[in-house]
Design a protein around this ligand. Structure first.
Ligand SMILES: [Zn+2]
Length: 684
């Protein structure tokens, strides 16, 4: 629930575009200019990010980051397999073709195949990383078969004794059939049978999953483990059991590789605090014991002194239709000291914000513990954070650990910078298209970036950490609506406080006008521009998008009588214009109070009602208009990254330094990862 995908205004999220024509540079440049935007295909753009301040790290720190980075790359297969049971088969087939196909590589067909390959790499599977629906290669089945036949058969993931023809017969419907495995995660009943995701095996019904875990739960347990987090639930011969992710269990080969790198990392850790929790993480990976996972998190969350930090594990449950099972992810990073000063100011004032929030006092935390906020520079992204990463992270996820020990909130500054810079490399913008007036454009250009960052900080540092459950409320009470409501709560907390005069007094916001930029872009995005990411005729299903739609639509409707947000049409184009910023802030506060109530009381019916009324259904006419306007701009709605390569520099057989290289070929990086970091057998 706590990963901030490009949550913030679409300023950053909707900026990709065709690479700009080369401009002549008049002045001699001291350094070669770093290019952020390097590739575009389908609805995706590929960027690079820099690691500033690398040379200020010590050799030991660089080694530590290097080992953690290797660990971060070792779980790539795990994620692919979690997303769908045949993803590895498809990906390894694609790799075999790209690595060995002997035929014409210049043809349009082959280029179309390469686009499919890139999309599979990007999405870690055959379903869209965001919309979660299956996508298809724009080549014929016959051509696809020719590619496979024209490649080195020894590289194909064939079963023992299986002919290439038999393999193609198996694979073709997996790749091409429109109805087969069509959603990675579905909200349509039966949510398990209709989801292609690989967290459940055998004919298991939602009610059986609930019964299985309800039986495990202890009543009135103040420190419940995250039931079901690290396993696949299997039904075989009428019996249901967990196949646990651990060194000698499911995904064991990849987990063993991760453990190996973590052990090496521990030899050069900065301090004993790191060594201790990393050892806990290794123990957990070895045993699969979720109690150990909690112990690891408790130790990890209390480390605010180390310069280097990492996330590595089965963490977020967005991908599971039941909201229990976590996908594997990793992020390696170190502190951005300058930017951390600002987020610290927010963190230090956490109690004041909690005390003054517009929610019912019964739902407030009496004591905000250890809200640690920092800005970080990432060095390697892995698993579910790669290639499409969050820009903010707030962990751990267990509610009771957050309550008793606090949480770590981070904003990833070098990724946010990359988004901004990539936008600068592009001549057209969604802002100009969807903003009603030049004033609005100017406002957003002047303050947009700053206000975005602060909103992200507030969302992560305070939003997710605020409030409490009433005694007796089950953490999972909101079930399938929990992610959307949780994101809405965090966003609203941020939106409400962005306009707080104290933000200017603290020096966090530049002046009393700046928040308006975020309000404009938030409403523009929630009402309209984010719809560019949804296929015509489809509902909004992704929880961050649902949350933004919920907030915008709810405020539009509840402010209608006072004309707080006005719908205007000019030259056949729709705009949403904020007439009264203070009143809008009031509405954000009102909705925050209601959603906090829903969460605190575990009011499933109210949560369901508000999500279904405001967050899901799209006006088909407006949807088409937004898509048309957006498509006319030639922008790509989703962005992802190529990892920098951290390379050991050896002298006389000794590593004396690590240098950073910035590769620019997306396919090459994935083929390299496929060769060097693939540990799981592709089964079918
Ligand atoms: Zn969030």
């Amino acid at each position: 629930m706590k990963k901030l995908m490009i949550c913030i205004g679409m300023a950053a999220a909707l900026v990709g575009c065709a690479p700009k024509e080369k401009e002549t540079v008049e002045q001699p440049q001291p350094k070669e200019e770093f290019k952020y935007l390097v590739d575009e295909f389908a609805d995706l753009r590929i960027m690079r990010y820099q690691i500033p301040d690398w040379d200020q790290l010590t050799l030991q720190q660089k080694s530590y980051i290097y080992y953690l980075g290797e660990a971060a790359k070792c779980g790539r297969d795990i994620l692919a397999d979690q997303n769908f049971k045949y993803n590895l088969v498809v990906r390894k087939t694609i790799e075999a073709v790209l690595n060995s196909y002997q035929g014409d590589r210049e043809s349009e067909d082959f280029q179309n195949f390469v686009v499919y390959a890139k999309r599979v790499f990007f999405s870690n599977g055959i379903h869209h990383h965001y919309a979660e629906d299956k996508f298809f290669p724009e080549v014929s089945e016959a051509y696809f078969a020719d590619l496979v036949k024209g490649s080195d058969a020894s590289l194909l993931p064939l079963n023992e004794g299986e002919t290439v023809d038999d393999f193609i017969a198996f694979l073709t419907p997996v790749v091409f059939d429109k109805e087969l495995y069509k959603m990675r995660r579905s909200s349509e009943e039966d949510i398990i049978a209709n989801s292609a995701v690989n967290f459940y095996e055998g004919d298991i019904k939602k009610a059986e999953v609930e019964a299985f875990y309800n039986k495990m739960r202890k009543p009135n347990d103040a420190m419940p483990i995250s039931y079901g987090l690290n396993s696949k639930l299997v039904k075989k011969d009428g019996k249901i059991y967990e196949d646990v992710y651990k060194a000698d269990g499911l995904y064991g080969e990849a987990i063993t590789a991760i453990i190996g790198w973590l052990q090496k990392a521990n030899e050069v850790a900065e301090n004993d605090i790191q060594r201790n929790y990393t050892q806990k993480l290794i123990d957990y990976y070895t045993t699969g014991d979720l109690k150990t996972w909690d112990e690891y998190n408790i130790a990890w969350v209390q480390d605010s002194v180390s310069h280097i930090d990492f996330v590595n594990g089965f963490i977020e449950d967005y991908g599971d239709p039941m909201g229990m099972k976590a996908t594997w992810e990793s992020v390696v990073n170190f502190k951005d000291l300058e930017a951390t000063k600002r987020s610290n100011l927010i963190g230090e004032n956490a109690q004041w914000f909690e005390d003054h929030s517009p929610v019912d006092p019964r739902f407030k935390k009496e004591e905000c513990k250890g809200v640690s906020a920092k800005s970080i520079i990432v060095t390697t992204l892995g698993g579910d954070c790669f290639p499409s990463p969050p820009i903010g992270i707030n962990l751990p996820n267990a509610d009771w650990i957050r309550k008793d020990y606090g949480s770590k909130s981070v904003t990833i500054t070098n990724l946010m910078e990359a988004y901004d810079k990539a936008a600068d490399e592009c001549p057209r913008s969604a802002l100009a298209e969807f903003a009603y007036s030049q004033d609005e454009v100017d406002l957003c250009k002047k303050y947009g970036s700053d206000a975005d960052v602060v909103h992200t900080n507030l969302h992560e540092c305070l939003g997710h950490g605020s409030g409490k459950l009433l005694p007796g409320t089950q953490p999972g009470a909101l079930k399938e609506f929990s992610s959307t409501l949780e994101e809405a709560r965090a966003d609203l907390f941020g939106l409400y406080y962005l306009a707080e005069p104290r933000m200017v007094e603290l020096g966090v916001m530049p002046d009393a006008e700046a928040y308006k930029a975020e309000y404009c872009s938030y409403i523009r995005n929630g009402m309209m521009s984010q719809l560019a990411r949804v296929e015509l005729g489809k509902d909004v299903t992704e929880s961050h998008m649902q949350n933004r739609k919920l907030i915008s639509e709810w405020c539009y409707e509840h402010g209608k009588d006072a004309n707080v947000i006005e719908k205007k049409v000019r030259d056949g184009k729709t705009y949403y214009v904020i007439n009264d910023f203070e009143a809008l802030r009031g509405l954000f506060g009102e909705l925050l109070a209601e959603i906090q109530r829903i969460k605190s009381e575990g009011d499933y019916a109210a949560g369901k009602a508000i999500v279904e009324q405001y967050a899901v259904k799209v006006d088909p006419e407006l949807h088409k208009e937004v898509k048309d306007r957006y498509n006319a701009l030639g922008l790509k709605p989703y962005g992802g990254f190529i990892n920098p390569e951290i390379v050991p520099v050896e002298e006389n057989g000794q590593v004396v330094d690590y240098k950073v290289e910035y590769p620019s070929d997306f396919v090459e990086q994935h083929l390299k990862y496929g060769k060097e970091y693939s540990f799981l057998k592709a089964k079918h």
